[in-house]
Write a protein that binds this ligand. Sequence first.
Ligand SMILES: [Fe+2]
Ligand SMILES: [Fe+2]
Length: 141
Amino acid sequence: MFIGIPWDDSFSLGFKPLDEQHKQIFGVTEEIDEMLRLSAPKDLVVGHFARLRQMLSEHFDYERDLAASLEDGQYAYKAHDACHQKLLIDIDSVIASLETGGSDAQIARCGGEFFECVVRHDGDMVSALVHAGRIKLSDPK
Ligand SMILES: [Fe+2]
Ligand SMILES: [Fe+2]
């Protein structure tokens, strides 16, 4: 099991571009979970992790640009970004370990930090963006 929780609409932040990206990313993790459950061929699993990494990298770039639109002091992005970077490094480790036999422990660790790094930190950033007038919520909670 890579990520223990499927996408749930309660994870939505009310800012459509981010919510759509999150849903797509969770979709890929569900596919990875299914592949692991079915013991799919290693190259398919590696290919999916590589795709997940690419999507996350683009998603994190998008979030970095959003955070950069805020003035100093409006949002402390540093810890958020550190979480992003750690997850990318851990996914790189999973890909490397899969190529040499696989490590369930590494995969589980990645899954453990996934929700926090991909979605949870974003709530405060979205609030700061709304407060600063940079974005409007499409679906206010
Ligand atoms: Fe995110
Ligand atoms: Fe984030």
